[in-house]
Design a protein around this ligand. Sequence first.
Ligand SMILES: Cc1cc2nc3c(=O)[nH]c(=O)nc-3n(C[C@H](O)[C@H](O)[C@H](O)COP(=O)(O)OP(=O)(O)OC[C@H]3O[C@@H](n4cnc5c(N)ncnc54)[C@H](O)[C@@H]3O)c2cc1C
Ligand SMILES: *[C@@H]1O[C@H](CO)[C@@H](O)[C@H](O)[C@H]1NC(C)=O
Ligand SMILES: *[C@@H]1O[C@H](CO)[C@@H](O)[C@H](O)[C@H]1NC(C)=O
Ligand SMILES: *[C@@H]1O[C@H](CO)[C@@H](O)[C@H](O)[C@H]1NC(C)=O
Ligand SMILES: *[C@@H]1O[C@H](CO)[C@@H](O)[C@H](O)[C@H]1NC(C)=O
Ligand SMILES: *[C@@H]1O[C@H](CO)[C@@H](O)[C@H](O)[C@H]1NC(C)=O
Ligand SMILES: *[C@@H]1O[C@H](CO)[C@@H](O)[C@H](O)[C@H]1NC(C)=O
Ligand SMILES: *[C@@H]1O[C@H](CO)[C@@H](O)[C@H](O)[C@H]1NC(C)=O
Ligand SMILES: *[C@@H]1O[C@H](CO)[C@@H](O)[C@H](O)[C@H]1NC(C)=O
Length: 496
Amino acid sequence: MEMAATILVCLVLILPTVAGVTEGCCEDLSKTLGSKVSYPASAAYNASIASFWSQQEQLITPSCVVSAKSVQDVSNAMRVLGPKSCKFAVRSGGHAALAGSANIQDGVTIDLSGLDWIHPFSNHSLVSIGPGQTWGKVYSSLDALGVSVPGGRDGPVGVGGTTLGGGFGYFATKAGFACNNIVAYELVLANGTVVNATRSRYSDLWMALKGGSNSFGIVTNFVFQTFPLGAIWGGDIYYNISTIDAQLEAFYRFTSNPSYDTNAGLLHNFAYTPEVGPLIVNQYAYAKPDPNPATFRAFILLQPQISNTTQVSSLETLSVNAGKASPNSFQQITFAVTFTNELAMLQELFTIWNSSTSEVSAVAGIKWSLTLVPIVPAITFHSAIKGSDVLGLSVPPQGLVLTLLSASFNSSDDYSMVNRVANRLSDKIIRTAKEFGVYNTYVDLNHGAAWQDPIASYGSESVAFLQRTAQKYDPTGVFQTQCPGGFKVFGLERNV
Ligand SMILES: Cc1cc2nc3c(=O)[nH]c(=O)nc-3n(C[C@H](O)[C@H](O)[C@H](O)COP(=O)(O)OP(=O)(O)OC[C@H]3O[C@@H](n4cnc5c(N)ncnc54)[C@H](O)[C@@H]3O)c2cc1C
Ligand SMILES: *[C@@H]1O[C@H](CO)[C@@H](O)[C@H](O)[C@H]1NC(C)=O
Ligand SMILES: *[C@@H]1O[C@H](CO)[C@@H](O)[C@H](O)[C@H]1NC(C)=O
Ligand SMILES: *[C@@H]1O[C@H](CO)[C@@H](O)[C@H](O)[C@H]1NC(C)=O
Ligand SMILES: *[C@@H]1O[C@H](CO)[C@@H](O)[C@H](O)[C@H]1NC(C)=O
Ligand SMILES: *[C@@H]1O[C@H](CO)[C@@H](O)[C@H](O)[C@H]1NC(C)=O
Ligand SMILES: *[C@@H]1O[C@H](CO)[C@@H](O)[C@H](O)[C@H]1NC(C)=O
Ligand SMILES: *[C@@H]1O[C@H](CO)[C@@H](O)[C@H](O)[C@H]1NC(C)=O
Ligand SMILES: *[C@@H]1O[C@H](CO)[C@@H](O)[C@H](O)[C@H]1NC(C)=O
């Protein structure tokens, strides 16, 4: 645990010393990219930095921002950054929580939010989507065509980061993770060369990008396979904490149901604020316009309820409404722990979380939630039939429970304390899961904490493949050393 804090401190101390190196980098970029390169205090630079989600990402000030508009811009940027050994970060939607994931102090931040097209193919079975686009807009375009892609849940989150880290959305049970639905990646390699990776061409890159994140190149286009989707039902119900025992039983049964209804997606949340105390919040999604579907009945009937926004609507509406609960500009800490679905473990998980709330209750603006997401066999079935991925997941019949922390608070002054409590909570959950014999090593990269190593969690076979592939296409390790942000295939030690 202490190691995580040390790594963060090192980053903060070391980064300013590279300032001199990157000044020449920005000048050379300006020569080829002109006004697409912006500098501190300009309106374009300010807007790019202010549009990061977490406060810690917003507080990082790169030497310049490259606002790319095309694959050619990204290729031109890489042709400057590689040879000059410039430090850089790659940013799509800017929603990764950790400082330095997609922004870099005194380096060059490549902002892909201008790569924002959504081009459905004429038969609507495929759609090209730019990495800088956000899920809310993707869903609104595709809703109109009666199709969808299984992307992230909240409207403002970026397509790029989500899809490269796996991508677990409302309707994963209908189509798999986001990454399982990519038939082609357009990618700028470390030396600026552009390639299309498909199942038959650059097939190793195609596979590596299905969970391997930003160690291989900069993805400039995703071709997604779509699935049919019309009107849906969904929304949130907030419940009194007195319903907890029945909630956990319902969650256990829902997740282990051998005839799981694949139209159903569920997020089960233990939510805490000091003002209201602990609550249960269930976020429901159903891929048909059927109010109160039978599969959710055991939850829906529970009382007392505090509020209810469920309705027949569109995926766009569901996604935009969900996004409103997570505004920009707060400090954010997440972690991800996975275990086999078991009732006694779920009960212990609640007890552990509930007792952790007193440790953060004095933190200004604290919201402290654990989200439980069922990973059922129907999800990895889609991975298997669509050519697999590198996540290394194997799901038992009773399902896995993906457990995500969302901690949000006002001030960086509280970061190290909240991070310590989060780390202790994660350790305690892991220890308990091991005691119950239900621990699963999988760490969802899209919610990994500073002290976690999601790529290592995929298993040694995936790690060896990912490292081999990174070395093949980036032999000098540009993405490992010059682009330190995010989770790398060579692990935590290479991040520092
Ligand atoms: C409110 C909220 C809701 C969320 N809901 C979900 C959810 O439902 N399901 C889910 O799976 N995740 C979810 N997430 C997590 C989300 O998937 C991750 O935060 C993801 O990193 C966001 O992608 P982004 O493009 O916005 O992030 P960024 O911060 O821009 O990028 C994240 C990482 O990906 C790398 N990267 C981004 N684009 C590229 C590219 N084109 N080429 C190479 N590398 C790239 C970056 O370098 C960085 O390391 C949610 C996050 C938030 C804040
Ligand atoms: C950009 O932000 C800086 C710092 O907050 C401010 O001084 C500057 O005026 C801003 N620039 C513009 C064009 O708004
Ligand atoms: C849709 O078009 C793409 C190429 O344009 C093709 O590869 C695919 O097979 C088509 N799908 C169907 C269902 O016709
Ligand atoms: C990659 O594929 C796209 C179509 O999806 C095409 O426009 C582009 O030219 C291709 N690039 C290369 C380098 O083959
Ligand atoms: C939950 O129920 C208890 C007991 O009925 C009540 O005191 C409390 O105010 C309720 N909490 C909320 C948030 O409504
Ligand atoms: C939630 O609200 C919707 C719309 O008002 C209503 O149809 C539904 O019955 C409510 N559900 C519950 C469990 O009260
Ligand atoms: C949560 O913990 C508090 C003490 O911290 C306790 O009073 C309360 O009963 C617990 N809630 C539940 C539902 O167990
Ligand atoms: C935290 O920030 C929010 C939004 O800026 C503000 O409303 C709230 O008062 C702050 N809380 C504290 C305790 O500072
Ligand atoms: C760029 O890198 C790729 C992968 O290593 C290699 O195949 C290609 O020849 C390189 N291109 C140039 C121009 O060096």
